[in-house]
Write a protein that binds this ligand. Structure first.
Ligand SMILES: Nc1ncnc2c1ncn2[C@@H]1O[C@H](COP(=O)(O)OP(=O)(O)OP(=O)(O)O)[C@@H](O)[C@H]1O
Ligand SMILES: [Mg+2]
Length: 201
């Protein structure tokens, strides 16, 4: 392992294993002697709290997008500092989440402009990750893993997550992210993640 700062991002719909794999990857990298910081969006900062509140209050998705992006802007500055100190930073969700989730939510009002607006908004506030892993799963399987979380309509949620995942896959093609199918055994998924990350650490 090299010792330089590395920025790793996990993306994917709810229940694809981002948080679980982030922790397992951290443990593996630490065994290899790296200093690893695990971070996530929305952050634990007051801007992250504002994002969570917006989510509960069912605000307009444009307002939510701006809040997510404000939180990310400050978060990115902290990530930059950690990378300068040669940490491996593992980030559980980053700008792809805003583009995919809010993109799907705004599609009805804005059509294709939603995704380009969100990409333009995020462009100046993000740092290009060294590696982004997109975990994919059948939305039905992923939903079972996280439970229904009180959503009024399971099928509505499943359809929405399907659309979110399509947008994610489009982003993955455009930005050359690594796509890993997470329907299978968790240890096999972890091994696939390690093989990808190995080249960067
Ligand atoms: N490949 C897998 N096989 C079986 N169970 C899995 C797999 N991946 C994750 N899980 C389980 O699914 C649940 C959800 O995983 P996790 O919380 O890591 O997902 P997440 O992507 O972080 O979800 P969210 O976006 O909602 O935060 C956990 O209980 C986890 O142990
Ligand atoms: Mg999670």
């Amino acid at each position: 392992m090299s010792g330089k700062g590395v920025f790793i991002v996990f993306e994917g719909i709810d229940g694809t294993g981002k948080s679980t794999l982030s922790k397992k990857l951290k443990a593996w990298l630490e065994e290899g002697g790296r200093d690893v910081v695990l971070t996530a969006e929305p952050t634990e900062d007051w801007l992250g709290a504002a994002v969570r509140r917006a989510n509960q209050e069912d605000l307009d998705p444009r307002t939510e997008s701006l809040l997510f992006t404000a939180d990310r802007c400050q978060h990115t500055l902290r990530i930059d500092e950690l990378l300068k100190r040669d940490k491996v930073v593992i980030c559980d969700r980053y700008y792809g989440s805003t583009v995919a989730y809010q993109g799907a939510a705004l599609e009805h009002d804005m059509g294709e402009n939603a995704v380009s607006w969100l990409l333009n908004l995020n462009g100046p506030v993000v740092r290009h990750p060294d590696v982004t892993v997109l975990l994919t799963s059948d939305p039905g399987v992923a939903m079972l893993r996280v439970g229904n979380r009180g959503d009024p309509s399971k099928f509505e949620r499943e359809g929405y997550l399907r659309r979110v995942q399509e947008t994610y896959l489009m982003l993955a093609r455009e930005a050359a992210w690594t796509v890993i199918d997470s329907n299978g055994d968790l240890n096999e998924v972890l091994e696939a993640v390690k093989r990808v990350v190995q080249a960067y650490v």
